[in-house]
Ligand binder design. Structure first.
Ligand SMILES: Nc1ncnc2c1ncn2[C@@H]1O[C@H](COP(=O)(O)OP(=O)(O)OP(=O)(O)O)[C@@H](O)[C@H]1O
Length: 305
């Protein structure tokens, strides 16, 4: 089995709304792929189509070479977390998972295994209706892992979780990818995804904006510069310019030097006997880069009409 998800020229229209628009990308095993886009970009719609829950208006999706509907014993091939709240509130976590296992010919021992893996052992007999958001999220992940699937799709799994829950999911996803599984996880948070994923697929208004490694995305999008505060800005500016460095003045009067490290700046300072109050390396945030990339592609409703 190749464990690959192939999305090919996929489109979905709802009346006049084009939710997904000619989208193509491939999700590979052994790494966490972050599926990023602002609200309304089409992430959930794409994931539903991957899972055969929604019918494409055009294009196709292949999982391990075929469609989801063609998979025999799908829960053993693909695990998904879509709506974590979709549990009968009066059922216990154990009963919920047991019912899922029995209706999919999954051995009962897997129920205990996923309860332990998701840290729900202690509350397994409690009614799921009384669960906190974090526990509900863990139960959804337990259900996704029940069939020990090589392919996992998680839609916004960290939404509403506290830092401990976020860290737990991050570690779990990396462990699952480390076992050679294919892990696709959607989010609208660039910073969080950059910490978790190794590969990124970014969409806006249903279209592909970037398909790249996290490392390349960071290199391409994080402007880093040296910031200098000095009581002698004119002299400093002249000295830096004479050394061939490009200098800009920030709103607070500090100087900013692009495309040079602190070493080059320090040498100019020393050679000219200038006084400095601060020399620091600054980086623009990834979240800013993500917003720049998706700005023109933000869903018009989400943009506040
Ligand atoms: N069943 C539906 N009927 C009509 N329009 C829909 C339906 N589902 C989604 N849409 C529209 O399709 C577009 C994409 O929605 P989708 O939920 O896939 O985006 P998303 O990236 O998952 O956003 P979010 O982060 O807000 O969940 C939106 O404009 C949405 O309003």
């Amino acid at each position: 089995m190749n464990r690959v998800i192939e999305v090919e020229n996929l489109s979905k229209r709802y009346g006049d709304t084009v939710a997904v628009d000619g989208l193509s990308f491939t999700v590979r095993p052994g790494r966490v792929t972050g599926f990023l886009g602002p609200n309304g970009a089409g992430k959930s719609t794409t994931m539903r189509m991957i899972l055969g829950l929604d019918h494409p208006s055009g294009g196709q999706v292949r999982i391990e070479g075929g469609s989801y509907r063609q998979l025999r014993e799908p829960l053993r091939r693909v695990g998904a977390l879509l709506e974590a709240g979709a549990v009968h509130p009066r059922r216990s976590a154990y009963a919920h998972l047991l019912w899922l296992a029995q209706s999919n010919r999954i051995p009962k021992a897997r129920v205990r295994a996923v309860l332990a893996l998701t840290g729900l052992d202690g509350v397994a007999r409690k009614r799921a209706g009384g669960f906190s958001l974090g526990m509900t999220q863990r139960l959804g992940i337990a259900a996704a892992l029940l069939g020990d699937p090589p392919v996992l799709l998680l839609d916004e799994p960290v939404n509403g979780l506290d830092p401990e829950g976020i860290l737990w999911i991050r570690n779990l996803m990396n462990a699952l990818a480390g076992e050679g599984r294919t892990v696709l996880v959607s989010s609208h948070l660039m910073g969080e995804t950059a910490l978790t994923a190794q590969h990124l697929v970014v969409i806006g208004r249903g279209r592909l904006l970037a398909d790249t490694t996290v490392r390349e995305f960071i290199q391409a999008n994080s402007r880093s510069y040296v910031r200098i505060r000095t009581p002698e800005p004119e002299l400093m500016r002249d000295a830096l310019a004479a050394a061939g460095l490009s200098v800009k003045q920030a709103a607070d009067g500090a100087l900013e030097v692009d495309e040079a490290g602190p070493e080059a700046v320090g040498e100019v300072v020393a050679a000219n006997g200038l006084t400095v109050h601060e020399v620091s390396v600054q980086s623009a945030s990834l979240e800013e880069a993500f917003m720049r990339l998706t700005r023109d592609a933000v869903d018009y409703r989400a943009a506040g009409r």
